[in-house]
Design a protein around this ligand. Structure first.
Ligand code: PA5
Length: 444
């Protein structure tokens, strides 16, 4: 993986990025020594190199049981218990379904919304199918996931019988607390633990991500190896100028301090759409607090050049962009020649589609830089499990460092509770009687 910040640094006075070295080094030291705010949530920091082959074997064995007994597996989870797995599955899967081999179940995602139509149509789709459920919730009490699991558990037991349901329902949750743990223990489900010291958005390399990814038939050994190599490459011992996480954390903070309040993560491969979504949560939830933080936005190019391109090129100059660039595609396809050439595209005949895409990428970079948009470029040679593992760990560590440089606790999310309190009060949840009365007054 390569990181090029030169087309972003050119927007700053000379020496600005380098001036962040002491702050970045201090943040890295605080992470390493566990002296930073949120230091009870640093389990992700050396997680990749702590993963053992034995642990991966357990994940793979469970995935195999699901594969043998299911044609569809619903992954129920939200936020950090959802987006990492989806990001990897979408990036590695074939675009029109993940049915590469007949023994791979279709992976469906639920528990990430409260849409009655979504759930009804899911249930209709599953009806009569051999399906299983991976129920993922660290707290074990998240409303969206719990409602979904309640529906799917009952359906699975009714349609497949209690014994088979016990085999094809798996829990990924806390070791001791929460309804998901209580149910798993009571029913005798296979279960995996989400470590106490790993927050949801940093948990993709725990069973939260690894089990669904293995279930879909992707190479979790390569994914973990990529993360392990990135853990070593961004170790505190690697100097500031060579350390990708240090550089990314520094340039982001430098741009933010110089008025660039919005970061747009850009891809030129539709398969990376959910990597964007995962990244938005990682950075948004980690940095957006204490009335501070870069707003993380994301676009898919060239698609969104036809919708958001105008704003990015020409709107308020408060943005910078970070492009994930993939050097080589997995397939080969050329633009065909057409005798009539009515569309005037014969100048492209014989060229790889990917070459057209790459020229679009380079042309866009130059145009945006000319338009006043600082450009950071992250390049990987292929979109494979190894490189995704690298990317995941890179973004996680850079996020921790960046948040500490910004001066926030990157590992909490106090703001996400407010809507829940109001929702529970409006739904008359026991214990919310006082709030219920007050909130109804406000809505009058
Ligand atoms: O990052 C986070 O903490 C959140 O996005 C949670 O992962 C999300 O709310 C789901 O929580 P839980 O896993 O407890 O169901």
């Amino acid at each position: 993986m390569k990181l090029d910040i030169t087309k972003a640094a050119q927007f700053l006075p000379a020496g600005t990025v380098e001036s962040y070295e002491p702050a970045v080094n201090a943040a890295m030291k605080a992470l390493e020594e566990g002296t930073c705010p949120g230091n009870d949530f640093l389990g992700w920091l050396h997680l990749p190199t702590a993963i053992t082959p034995g642990f991966l074997c357990k994940i793979k064995a469970c995935a195999q049981t699901l594969r043998e007994n299911c044609e569809a597996v619903v992954v129920a989870g939200i936020g950090g218990s959802y987006l990492g797995a989806r990001a990897v599955l979408e990036a590695l899967g074939d675009t029109f379904g993940w049915l590469k081999a007949s023994d791979i179940p279709r992976i469906l995602f639920a528990g990430n919304n409260i849409g009655e139509d979504y759930l009804s149509e899911l249930i209709d789709y599953l009806h009569g199918k051999r399906f299983g459920v991976i129920n993922i919730s660290k707290s074990g009490t998240t409303t969206e996931t719990a409602i979904t699991f309640r529906l799917l558990k009952r359906m699975c037991e009714e349609e497949r019988g209690k014994d088979m349901a016990r085999k094809v329902i798996v829990a990924v949750t806390d070791a001791k607390k929460g309804a998901a743990r209580t149910t798993a223990d009571k029913e005798g489900y296979t279960s995996f633990i989400i470590p106490d010291n790993v927050g949801g958005r940093f948990s993709v390399l725990t069973p939260v991500g690894l089990l669904p990814i293995a279930c879909a038939g992707f190479d979790i050994d390569a994914l973990v190896k990529g993360a392990q190599d990135m853990e070593k490459a961004t170790d505190i011992s690697v100097p500031f100028a060579d350390n990708l996480c240090a550089q990314y954390a520094a340039i982001r903070n430098a741009l933010y301090t110089n008025g660039k309040k919005i970061e747009i993560l850009v891809n030129f491969q539709p398969k990376l759409h959910y990597v964007n979504e995962w990244w938005k949560q990682l950075y948004g939830e980690s940095e957006g607090k204490d009335k501070k933080g870069i707003f993380p936005a994301a676009v898919d190019f060239s698609t969104d050049l036809h919708s958001m391109g105008q704003w990015i090129q020409d709107g308020e100059r408060t943005i910078f962009e970070t492009v994930i660039s993939v050097d080589k595609p997995e397939h080969k396809l050329e633009v065909p020649t057409d005798e009539e050439n009515l569309d005037g595209l014969n100048f492209l005949a014989g060229k790889r589609i990917d070459e057209v895409n790459h020229q679009a990428e380079l042309g866009t970079q130059l145009a945006h830089v000319d338009g006043g948009v600082p450009n950071i470029r992250i390049s990987i040679d292929r979109l494979d499990a190894y490189n995704l593992g690298q990317l995941i760990y890179f973004f996680e560590k850079a996020c921790g460092v960046s948040g500490l440089v910004l001066g926030v606790n990157p590992f909490n999310q106090p703001g996400v509770e407010d809507y829940k309190r109001n929702m529970f009060a409006l739904l008359n949840k026991p214990g919310y009687e006082a709030e219920s009365k007050a909130i109804r007054e406000r809505l009058k």
